[in-house]
Write a protein that binds this ligand. Structure first.
Ligand SMILES: [Fe+2]
Ligand SMILES: [Fe+2]
Length: 180
């Protein structure tokens, strides 16, 4: 696997791990509304910064553009499908964020289930279809350049301080909800 696609695959693992924790949060949300809302606020923060800005940003600004240059279709093709799913995911995150502000547990849970299901199948398609295509079309040298652009992008949108904060947040949730 190329360096760039491997980096995105590693981020998929982190996102899937958070979705596993989110499942537990959803299950226990009715028993303690105050604490559920606090966790939900943190989850929305993680999804906005890490899953959307950082990860989807790397895909949209660099990998997908490279694929289109190699002849993969955008409109009506695999890249277009991925972009539409990112946009849909953004809508769900907004709904989650709004519901969290309004202390609307049910609204949050409904949007979170839609987001979780969307992202799981989206990640599956990228790992098993799109990244396989990318590894065939983009050579090692080009993958290394993409990876450098990813590193720069990550530094711009996250930086070290927030990176550590996000990791610490995930560790705390994993412990609180018994997810390994
Ligand atoms: Fe994606
Ligand atoms: Fe992805």
């Amino acid at each position: 696997m190329g360096k760039a696609t491997q980096d995105l695959k590693n981020e998929h693992e982190a996102i899937l791990f958070v979705l596993q924790i989110l499942d537990k949060m959803l299950e226990s949300s009715s028993s303690n509304v105050e604490s559920a809302l606090r966790y939900y606020g943190e989850v929305v923060y993680f999804l906005k910064i890490f899953a959307d800005k950082c990860h989807h940003g790397k895909e949209e600004n660099y990998l997908f553009k490279a694929l289109v240059e190699k002849g993969i279709t955008n409109e009506g093709g695999p890249v277009g499908v991925m972009l539409r799913e990112h946009a849909l995911g953004r809508n769900y995150i907004s709904q989650m964020s709004r519901s969290q502000d309004e202390k609307n547990i049910e609204g949050f849970n409904n949007a979170a289930v839609l987001y979780r299901d969307l992202l799981r199948q989206h990640i599956d398609k990228e790992n098993n279809v799109l990244f396989i295509m990318a590894d065939k079309l983009i050579n090692e040298q080009e993958q290394n350049i993409l990876f450098q652009q990813f590193e720069q992008h990550e530094e711009n949108v996250i930086g070290h301080g927030i990176h550590d904060k996000l990791h610490a947040m995930i560790d705390t949730w994993a412990e609180d909800f018994g997810v390994e």
